[in-house]
Design a protein around this ligand. Structure first.
Ligand SMILES: [Zn+2]
Length: 44
């Protein structure tokens, strides 16, 4: 079992890399570097 906390997300819209822009405590706000789509991802 890999212990990597750098979960790489890809944009569901264009498939580009999602960049972490804000830490929301139990989740992180991420934004696509290409199309600007933002999303939240739960931390484990
Ligand atoms: Zn995108």
């Amino acid at each position: 079992m890999a212990m990597s906390d750098s979960k790489q997300m890809n944009c569901p819209c264009c498939g580009s890399k999602m960049e972490k822009i804000q830490d929301l405590g139990n989740s992180v706000l991420v934004k696509c570097t290409e199309c600007g789509l933002s999303d939240t991802a739960l931390k484990s």
